[in-house]
Design a protein around this ligand. Structure first.
Ligand SMILES: [Ca+2]
Ligand SMILES: [Ca+2]
Ligand SMILES: [Ca+2]
Length: 287
């Protein structure tokens, strides 16, 4: 009896071991492929760029509409989802559906990703119209453009004004507004890899402009003085950042990050020609 029972018993143990090993291997593979969810916070009330920026006077630019408070980046199936939360409910004062837009009107978020973490590796200059550059500690590999404009319009602007960025720009497959958030979905393959805790991330808040200056990609200007559709608190030449909010410090939403943002964004020199200007140099937040 024992002679027949033992092999059965051993076979059961072997089967059990094989099963456990298979599960363990499958879990390891899943862990290796899955991206890290990244989440950063930004203080409220710092939607003044360098510290001096003020909103346009027209009522479409609601208080808090450009004040980022949170950014999350997470994987969902074959996509990576970017969610930018602001302090105020997202509105659509210019009826974006009537121009093929994405359900909001005034915001334009650019998310710069340093995916290799190497000094001076990647692109230094921001998208034309942003008025920003990056510090030598890290340049960006990809920039995700989250705009209310239809994909075809964004692409047309980039092809016309920023061909040198072709290997860097990423236009979401789908962008939409949800309460206080703008949510954009990008095929992960277009980012060159799943979100990773080693990434440097910088999200900057600009304002969407359907009829931008010839050199700018869909961004609204910050001038010396504000007007109906112009922000104020910058300069009328080149060099000043055209952004109202960004992430700074450790990206935890601490009060000290407001001062850090003002310090970075006020470090520029204005000039009548771009080549004579000195642009602010931004860094990234990291998990
Ligand atoms: Ca903020
Ligand atoms: Ca880089
Ligand atoms: Ca900020």
């Amino acid at each position: 009896m024992t002679r027949f029972n033992t092999p059965t018993y051993l076979r059961a143990i072997l089967r059990c071991l094989l099963y456990t090993t298979t599960i363990a291997l499958a879990m390891t593979a899943a862990t290796a492929n899955a991206g890290d969810a990244l989440s950063f916070a930004d203080p409220k009330g710092d939607d003044n760029g360098s510290g001096k920026a003020v909103y346009p006077t027209e009522k479409a630019y609601t208080a808090g509409a450009f004040d980022m408070v949170k950014l999350t980046i997470s994987e969902d199936g074959a996509d990576t989802v970017f969610e930018v939360e602001v302090a105020q409910a997202i509105s659509d004062p210019w009826d974006s559906k009537s121009w093929g837009g994405n359900g909001f009107s005034v915001q334009f978020v650019q998310i710069y990703l340093d995916t290799d973490g190497k000094k001076r590796s990647g692109e230094k200059k921001g998208v034309p119209g942003s008025g920003i550059e990056f510090a030598p500690d890290g340049y960006y590999e990809k920039v995700v453009l989250i705009s209310p404009q239809p994909k075809s319009k964004i692409l047309g602007e980039l092809e016309a004004k920023a061909r040198w960025l072709k290997s860097r720009w990423v236009i979401p497959a789908r962008t939409e507004a949800r309460r206080k958030s703008i949510v954009a979905r990008v095929p992960t393959a277009e980012l060159g890899g799943a979100p990773n805790a080693s990434w440097g991330v910088q999200a900057v808040m600009l304002s969407n402009e359907g009829f931008p200056a010839p050199e700018d990609v869909l961004s609204r200007k910050i001038n010396e003085f504000n007007g109906e559709h112009r922000f104020g608190g910058g300069c009328d030449g080149f060099g000043d950042p055209q952004i109202v909010d960004m992430f700074a410090g450790s990206g935890k939403g601490e009060a000290s990050e407001i001062e850090a943002q003002h310090k970075v964004l006020s470090n520029y020199t204005c000039a009548d020609e771009s080549k004579n200007a000195k642009y602010p140099q931004l860094g990234f937040v990291r998990k």
